[in-house]
Design a protein around this ligand. Structure first.
Ligand code: GAR
Length: 217
């Protein structure tokens, strides 16, 4: 049994990645405690999901903080520290993070992105991948740095793009993999197996990424 780490999950929307993390903690696959779930959108369904599992769900509205990202992030830091968070997990958190948050949690902020970075950073990336005509896309868990979707990559999963895919069908296929690899990345962190060396994340004891799709599309 590994030491449980205390994670803080930041969300903006429906929170299916949050739910997968909760489920994996409850079924014993992930040695973590969710100390707090914070949302910039007070009506995010993800907050409901947290409360249903007796996890504090805290709205931190971004209203009034336009052009004051640092001040907003200082509120997040205060809330995360209050709950003794060790690792910050962005799960569909639709804001750009500033150095205020990153300095408070150096190499301790993770994000999940629904494409194979560095291809297709930003928003609406499933649609962009289909329009570009790539044959594979996927998802990426990475440590967050000061760029947008540019930090050191921890795990990727590859997903084929089918001829008749729509944005919705591809998003759903990618999401299934997101739900697997995010918990895997957090577990590797909890086990102390991730070491960041420049752009590289070294995984002690082997490769983190999955090629499950090659066996079972
Ligand atoms: C997920 O697909 C996640 O990868 C994406 O938002 C969705 C959130 O879904 N994140 C980003 O695009 C971040 N740039 P969820 O709320 O159901 O977890």
């Amino acid at each position: 049994m590994h030491k449980k780490i205390r994670i803080g999950v930041l969300v903006s929307g429906r929170g299916s990645n949050l739910q997968a993390i909760i489920d994996n903690i409850e079924n014993g696959a992930l040695s973590a405690d969710i100390a707090v779930v914070i949302s910039d959108q007070p009506d995010a369904y993800a907050l409901e999901r947290a409360r249903k599992h007796n996890i504090p769900g805290v709205p931190v509205s971004a209203k009034g903080y336009k052009g004051k990202r640092d001040e907003y992030d200082a509120l997040l830091v205060k809330e995360l520290k209050k709950h003794n968070v060790e690792l910050v997990v962005l799960a569909g958190f639709m804001r750009i993070i500033t150095p205020t948050l990153l300095k408070a949690f150096p190499n301790r902020v993770m994000n999940i992105h629904p494409a194979l970075l560095p291809s297709f950073p930003g928003l609406h990336v499933q649609k962009a991948a289909i329009e570009h005509g790539v044959k594979f896309s996927g998802c990426t868990v990475h440590f967050v740095d000061e760029g947008m979707d540019t930090g050191p990559i921890i795990i990727q999963a590859v997903v084929p793009i089918l001829d008749n895919d729509t944005e919705d069908s591809l998003s759903a296929r990618i999401l299934k993999q997101e739900h697997k690899i995010y918990s895997r990345a957090i577990q590797l962190y909890a086990e102390g197996k991730l070491k960041v060396e420049g752009r590289h994340v070294i995984v002690t004891g082997g490769r983190a990424s999955t090629d499950d799709h090659l066996i079972n599309p």
